[in-house]
Design a protein around this ligand. Sequence first.
Ligand code: SF4
Length: 358
Amino acid sequence: MPEKIRHFNPDGIESMLTAISPPEHQLLGRSNRDRLIGITTTVPSECIFAAGLVPVDLNNIFITSPDAKEMIIRAENAGFPKNTCCWIKGIWSAAKQAGISRVIGVVQGDCSNTRALMEMFSYGGVECIPFSFPYGRERELMEVELKLLCKRLGTSIEAARDWQNRLAPARRLLREIDLRTFRNSAVTGIENHLWQVCSSDFAGDPETYESAARAFLDAVSKREAPPPFVRLAYIGVPPICSGLYDFLEEHGARIIFNEMQRQFAMPGAEERTLVEQYLDYTYPYDIFLRLEDIRREIKSRDIAGVIHYTQSFCYHQIEDCIVRDELPVPVLTLDADRPGAIDGATKTRLEAFVEMLA
Ligand code: SF4
């Protein structure tokens, strides 16, 4: 069993969260509230910025709220069933709480619940702008979808391409953060998760995000290497529960690959068109494309085991049997329903998994 990792440097997560505080702190109190546009998953943010709008990832508003548990209850009191995914309920409450009047809804390639969520938004007077990741990843259809999104937002595909270039430095820094997670272990699993998960909307302010990421990389370059640890991957949607990353670090393991979060950051070649970028993005397409990416990263990062997180009541739970069959390393499947700390049973399973791998 490797020595336990004590590696939560003060220059890490606290300063990062302060530097890129989520948009609800930066913008929701301002008079330009009508520039905000809610997103329920990663969408082509280049089109949003090109239209002079500010994306607000409603997942992040929900999960970083001290009120997250109550937000679920409020959605249930409004009629959302108890046996529906809590991310959906949290997103709905977050939009309502933040006074969001416009939302982009991904009606193909994200979540089987999005259509009903959009209907709830429309019913409550929120304008819904549809976007689809084409089934089958057809290039022509993606081109049409991007153009349509630009048109609906009041901008052009050319302006969105300019924003692709403007976001390139921030995306480059994200690749560097990811590299330093698995190459010299300077970046912890939770830091890797947070930086990448926040790239869905760049916290509403790409310039601040970029300079904070640069400062973060400067700070981590001064860190000492941690003791050896069990190298883990986290795959699946981001966890609704808290404490997973810390618990693993305390037990001699570290997540050095966050699958979907890394996809939100748009890894891959810099020199590509916007269409190519959103065709390379594995999250909205089928499990087999995701598995190719996961297998490649398991090999190149020398990963010993995989944690597959499946959200309660999510259709992705069905894919777990394929994941378990198809990955070349042991897989631990976890699920959670509501926000809150990981429970005792989950801790026991995590501990046993790490011990087995060690
Ligand atoms: S966890 Fe699954 S069901 Fe819930 S919002 Fe995400 S994709 Fe939809």
